[in-house]
Design a protein around this ligand. Structure first.
Ligand SMILES: [Cu+2]
Length: 498
């Protein structure tokens, strides 16, 4: 059988040339995000692969969808359907999760629950529908601590059916807020086998917008802008402000709240979104900031040029109510005071580390804006020595052992206690797949401006009530969106029966 030997030689030569190619070939330069308009019924190809991007003066190998950082901005119409032909050109298994979109269960992108992992070289077709207006995003649901951190994410802008849903503006921009952990020699490495930074999640030390270290946006005096903000960081919460400009909050994860509100800034936990507008009334340079109680970081600069032609005045200072949402929420408002159907506690177990507030000397901060003095301990923590917990208060069952069933079409209350007495109290951005909720109250204080959401930041020591619209049959994940906490167990499956 001489041909077998010949084939072997050919195979060896092929493998050798592949290996040589891998060593010699540097990943192509990343391109900036582009908007892709997807009509109802269209098919779009999306490939995950390696790219090169210069961050803080050094070229880094990152991952991207269709070579773009952030990935393509998918513009779709509310009520439309789109097919995404996904190809995995990464060296690792991956999936794509369509964060916040109430998709059919089979296309939710959770490995082991809704699909098998997409292996290197394989493809998977996602059939998506978009029932709700708002700003959503897509990212892997497998080792997000590395894959999402390295650039695998993009936005989905679902344009409302109602053509006058939002206020008229001169310009719209999607801004991904993110950070990266850079060391003197380049990007901090990742462990092949498991996540690191399990205790607090990976806080970066370089903050940026849309993967640009020096994000700049030019606009004209007299214009009105709308920003769609997405927190794509692993762990860092942002308090987004624009120097010298009040913001009009006109949307959260899934479109408008009951009433627009003029605010100084918005706090976004990882995976949360907000839609804000600003009126440019004076020329000059204004910083986009992450303004925390301890420090302000410049994320980018808004350059407002004196207008060449006068722009008609807008009614920026008069926030509008949203009577359509207000009336549609009537059946939910009737249940705001009901007893919880499920009570969860957020807790942690750590081996060999006494991290109690008592040991650290004080009560917990509601939000840890920085990694701070915990940096060394955080980087050494892994899922082996750190277990993050969602615990059913009634049964004592934890994480994937929690059993909860709801009927599709039912409204249920989930109460979340983020224990101040846990071994390391900190905020957790919780995300529910496939279904939407209202944040009914925080620490017993009713929310007087409801909006549809899929992600909520629960501060340390706080109790948050969610009123969930269980509308979508299937087994859906409820988990912390700090990927290192997810890798350390902080997830449960909620079953919605048809
Ligand atoms: Cu968490």
């Amino acid at each position: 059988m001489p041909c077998v030997h010949g084939d072997r030689v050919l195979v060896l030569l092929f493998l050798f040339s592949l290996a040589a190619g891998c060593v010699a070939r540097q990943a192509p330069d990343a391109r900036p995000m582009q908007a892709i308009d997807l009509a109802d019924g269209s098919v779009y190809s999306l490939t995950a692969s390696a790219v090169t991007q210069t961050m803080a003066g050094k070229p880094e190998t990152l991952y991207a969808y269709n070579g773009m950082l952030p990935g393509p901005l998918l513009k779709v119409r509310q009520g439309s359907r789109v097919s995404i032909d996904f190809r995995n050109s990464l060296p690792y298994d991956t999936t794509v999760h369509w964060h916040g979109v109430r998709v059919a269960h089979a296309f939710d992108g959770v490995p082991g629950v809704t699909q098998e992992p997409v292996k290197p070289g394989e493809t998977f077709r996602y059939e998506l529908s978009f029932p709700d207006e708002g700003i959503y995003w897509y990212h892997p649901h497998l080792r997000e601590d590395r894959q999402q951190e390295l650039g695998l994410y993009g936005a989905i802008l679902v344009e409302p059916r109602d053509p006058v849903y939002y206020n008229p503006v001169d310009r719209e921009e999607v801004l991904f807020l993110d950070d990266l952990l850079l060391e003197p020699g380049g990007m901090a490495g990742f462990n092949e086998d498991q996540a690191t930074h399990a205790l607090m999640g990976r806080y970066g030390n370089t903050l940026f917008v849309n993967w640009q270290n020096n994000y700049r946006l030019k606009a004209g005096k007299g214009q009105t802008l709308r920003f769609y903000l997405v927190n794509a960081a692993n762990a860092r919460p942002f308090h987004f402000t624009v120097e010298g400009h009040p913001l009009k909050l006109v949307g959260l994860d899934s479109g408008k709240p009951e009433r627009e509100a003029l605010v100084e800034g918005v706090v976004l936990g990882p995976s949360e979104r907000a839609i804000v507008e600003l009126a440019l009334e004076k020329a000059g340079s204004f910083k986009l900031l992450n303004a925390t109680p301890d420090a302000s970081y410049t994320l980018g600069v808004l350059e407002v040029e004196a207008a060449s032609a006068p722009t008609p005045a807008t009614d920026f200072s008069s926030p509008h109510a949203n009577p359509v949402l207000q009336s549609s929420l009537a059946p939910f408002k009737a249940l705001l005071d009901q007893q919880p159907d499920l009570e969860l506690e957020l807790d942690v177990e750590m081996q060999g580390m006494d991290m109690t507030p008592h040991a650290l000397g004080g009560a917990p901060e509601p939000i840890e804006w920085e990694e701070g003095r915990m940096a060394a301990m955080n980087s050494a923590s892994t899922p082996e020595n750190t277990k993050w917990i969602l615990r059913d208060r009634k049964t004592g069952k934890e994480n994937m052992d929690v059993r909860f069933e709801a009927r599709a079409g039912s409204i249920q209350k989930i109460r979340i206690h983020n224990l101040a007495t846990s071994a390391h109290p900190m905020q957790h951005p919780l995300h529910l797949h496939g279904n939407r909720f209202l944040v009914a109250s925080v620490d017993g204080k009713p929310n007087d401006n409801l909006a549809w959401k899929d992600s909520v930041l629960v501060p340390a020591g706080s109790t948050v009530d969610l009123l969930v619209d269980f509308s979508n049959p299937g087994q859906w994940m409820l988990h912390c969106h700090i990927p290192e906490h997810l890798e350390s167990g902080m997830m449960a499956l909620l079953e919605v029966r048809p």
